[in-house]
Design a protein around this ligand. Sequence first.
Ligand code: PEP
Ligand code: MN
Length: 364
Amino acid sequence: MTEETKTKKEKTWLTREKRPIVIAGPCSAETEDQVLDTAKRLFKTNKVDILRAGIWKPRTRPNSFEGVGVKGLPWLQKAKELTGMPVTVEVAKASHVDMCLEFGIDILWIGARTTVNPFAVQEIADALKGVNIPILVKNPINPDLSLWLGGIERLEKVGIKEIGGIHRGFSNLGEKFYRNRPQWQIPLEFKRIRQDLPMICDPSHICGRRDILQEVGQKAMDLDFDGLMIESHIDPDNAWSDAAQQITPEVLGEMITEMVLREDYEDIQPLQSKLEYLRQEINHVDDELINLLSNRMNIARQIGVYKKDNNMTILQQKRWNEIIEKSKKQAAESGLSQDFIIKFINAIHEESINQQENVFKSKQ
Ligand code: PEP
Ligand code: MN
């Protein structure tokens, strides 16, 4: 698909006035005290521009904490009165929009689980017709740039003027390092097509853990993102949602202080980031290969148990012939040499036999 690129970045509070724009606050508003304490301590760091809090939480499974709901909105109003920081809340449907507008929420954001659904985004857009409020749109859970851009276009069509993207990573089967793999190439392509829109990075939902937040945030800065959204809690370990990834306001303050802002990114980034991205992809594919091999060996051991219980031999010629024939066909279809495929399959098969022999050797 060829995209029309838009280059002019409007000067708004979301853009170059300050870099990075920092949005911080708890994953979820839990109690009034927790919201107010967090807000005060974040304000004290002097590094935070906007206070975030989840009021309605999209949870994967029922029976987990699904947010305090509308009763949390006055807490945010109070936090704003106390600190002067504008507040932002996630909306997933029209009724959320109505309640946020009623309680003077300054900025709305659309979460990853909502951006995937054009009906839901349209419902939100319709509720916003004629309203002048900034909206941030998180990327959809799946790595689909058009769906992300499409969500933004739905908002633009009803007249929303201030829109930004939030990159929060993409769900990926078998991913172990990140909670959501960053796949930086996708937000970079977004930034290339929509140079008029600010782009915020959400390291918290990319990482799912505290120890790599700094490096992911720094990476976003190196790639010329405009801001960061980071979850912060006064007692992270006891947070009611996303405990493993939250940090105290003070740690967040230090994190922002330590961010290095390079000014010459334009000269160095495009090539370097492409190579780095491809290397990262290779690393991830290798991780997946190892995971798959480990799953395969697990099945081989189960077969070993079956063979042992039924007095069967480990190496069965007919089965091996079948595997080799199938692999030769796959080699032709996948553009890999037969020689390589046979060597590869042989090595895997050898390890399977070893694993099954261990099962035979083991006592009951
Ligand atoms: C959140 O920001 O708390 C959240 C639910 O994020 P995401 O939509 O990125 O999962
Ligand atoms: Mn969260």
